[in-house]
Write a new protein. Structure first.
Length: 141
């Protein structure tokens, strides 16, 4: 394979993981108030166009299969992964945005309440788990 394939592969890996910290932060904090809807719409459209372009590069290239893959494969890989991650972020944003609008509160306040409820459920689950393990210990004695 040509040297530009490896440069494209490095670029596709970097591009693929750029949104991962954002997704991890959203999962941890449940906060999507800082996500800009128009930016993600534009990004998803661009990502889809790059994906289609990569597929067309592979399909319309008239050289050997290795040259076909080296021309478009890094682009296809990067945009597929990026599109999935960004779609998850966008869906979570829209879910929180719409729920906040229905509740007639700010999205930031809604996300804070969502995080608080999630933390309370975790604490309750931990208490139940601890009490079950204590009961098992008591039964063994």
């Amino acid at each position: 394979m040509q040297w530009y394939f490896y440069i494209g592969l490095i670029a596709s890996i970097a591009i693929s993981i750029f949104a991962l910290p954002q997704l991890i932060n959203i999962i941890k904090t449940k906060n999507t108030a800082f996500i800009n809807i128009p930016m993600y719409v534009i990004y998803l459209i661009g990502s889809f166009c790059f994906l289609v372009g990569g597929i067309l590069m592979v399909a319309n290239h008239h050289d050997s299969i290795t040259k076909r893959l080296s021309s478009g494969l890094p682009l296809i890989i990067a945009q597929s992964i990026c599109g999935i991650i960004s779609s998850i972020i966008f869906i979570k944003k829209m879910k929180n945005y719409c729920a906040a609008k229905r509740a007639k509160i700010s999205e930031l306040l809604y996300c804070q309440q969502l995080k608080k409820n999630s933390d309370q459920k975790k604490q309750l689950y931990n208490r139940i788990s601890v009490s079950k393990s204590n009961k098992k210990k008591d039964m063994k004695v």
